[in-house]
Design a protein around this ligand. Structure first.
Ligand SMILES: [Zn+2]
Length: 430
């Protein structure tokens, strides 16, 4: 049997182990009230997942460590312990009532890949580290990449004062309760650096149905989009009586609608032209304390997330958005306060690693398409810190961030086989 086929069969034989890990993850974090799973960031659900994988890794004989963010590191020692390590990972938290695989698949993939290497009797050149990342889901603290940025020393100090939406406690308080060290964040301590990490490899389910529709089990992720975000846009017009004529109105809700439709029109034009972008208005509301059937809305709130894969595209979209805001403000005679702004840079996957992953897939008889990620991932934080990354997607027909998210173990093992093949070819040989 060729080395490639041997590794492939080694991974495939670990079907029961992978199934067991996903079952355990689901059982331990099932959300009986809302459905799906809830692995709350720096809460009991996330902690459960970290404890579970750490125990599994210890049973495999891996070294288990934590950093000041309480990220979990599970280490297969390499021949040269001082060489930069290869880190495989993703996040172990989920949104409330989320799916079992978003994030967790990347950690389980790392553990199964290592188990396959162990069974094949292969020792890597450098340490291979499986990282269970904390706090990737920004819904909890409204801050992106808390765990990975914290490990990389690039988490802004102000994030420590962000409050978790449900508990009202700060990130600093939650971090301390989990055994972490907020002072290390203040000092900008980096546990992972371009000097001690060679590359980051992330396996993740797709969050859109494109692979399922096109009939591909897996894809190679070509990059993570950059974004600009306005979490709290506030439009102020004037409350008025239902009898007020159109020309006298300062309708804040219609101004919000104009912004939403204006952005959607831009997106439709870009889509027509084959240009990649996305915009999402996740919050969109009048003031419930004052709105009513016969009242012209004087206040309106919305959030905005705009993303693209190219830095110039992102800049162009920002300009177009600001022009739209000025136009709506003038025509609707309302004040538009954009509020705080956040942004993240575009993060392309490393072209060398991407080519190597494609070659590994081909050796296994797989033609794997490239797929730009529609969503944000920890890989982008590594890229921003100067560490290259490779990315593999797994088919998921039902989207993510809700209980219907779906992934077959066969598809998962296919992605893990490509990853393991890459480890054998590029980490276990001279
Ligand atoms: Zn995720």
């Amino acid at each position: 049997m060729s080395a490639e086929l041997k590794v492939a069969s080694q991974v495939m034989s670990l079907y029961p182990e992978a199934q067991w890990l996903f079952d355990q993850l689901r059982e331990g974090s099932v959300d009986t009230k809302r459905g799906g799973v809830t692995r709350d960031t720096y809460g009991s659900g996330e902690q459960f997942a970290h404890d579970l994988v750490a125990k599994y890794a210890a049973a495999l004989g891996l070294e288990v460590r934590h950093d000041h963010m309480r990220n979990t590191y599970m280490v297969l020692p390499g021949l040269d312990r001082s060489a930069p390590a290869l880190v495989i990972g993703s996040h172990l938290d989920s949104v409330a009532a989320g799916g079992n695989y978003d994030g967790a698949a990347g950690v389980v993939a790392g553990l199964i890949a290592i188990e396959a290497l162990q069974e094949a009797g292969l020792q890597p050149q450098c340490d291979i580290v499986v990282m269970g990342v904390r706090a990737e889901e920004s819904i909890w603290f409204q801050v992106s990449y808390i765990g990975s940025r914290g490990a990389l020393g690039s988490l802004q100090e102000s994030a420590l004062q962000a409050k978790r939406i449900d508990t009202g406690r700060t990130l600093a308080e939650h971090l301390l309760a989990a055994g972490g060290d907020p002072d290390a964040v203040t000092q900008g301590q980096a546990y992972l650096t371009p000097q001690n990490v060679r590359a980051f490899m992330e396996v993740h389910i797709e969050q859109a149905p494109s692979l399922a529709i096109e009939g591909h089990a897996i894809a190679i992720g070509s990059g993570v989009p950059g974004n600009f975000r306005y979490p709290k846009i506030k439009i102020t017009g004037e409350y008025g009586h239902v009898g007020l004529g159109r020309r006298y109105r300062h309708d804040a809700a219609l101004a919000g609608a104009d912004i939403a439709l204006g952005l959607d029109k831009i997106w439709a034009e870009w889509e027509q032209a084959g240009r990649l972008m996305a915009c999402t208005i996740g919050e969109f509301q009048t003031n419930a304390a004052r709105h009513g059937l016969t009242i012209v809305p004087g206040e309106f709130g919305l959030s905005l997330d705009v993303r693209a894969y190219d830095t110039a595209d992102l800049a162009e979209l920002k300009t177009k958005f600001l022009e739209l805001v000025a136009e709506v403000s003038a025509t609707r005679r309302v004040k538009i306060d954009l509020g705080p702004q956040a942004s993240a840079g575009v993060a392309p996957a490393d072209p060398t690693i991407t080519a190597q992953l494609r070659a590994c897939a081909l050796e296994l008889g797989l033609t794997v398409p490239d797929l730009p990620s529609p969503a944000s991932h920890d890989s982008a934080a590594f890229y921003a810190a100067g560490i290259p990354f490779g990315f593999l997607f797994i088919r998921n027909p039902n989207g993510s961030h809700h209980p219907d998210e779906e992934m077959s173990i066969d598809d998962f093992l296919l992605a893990t086989t490509v990853l393991t093949q890459w480890l054998v070819t590029h980490c276990c040989k001279n």
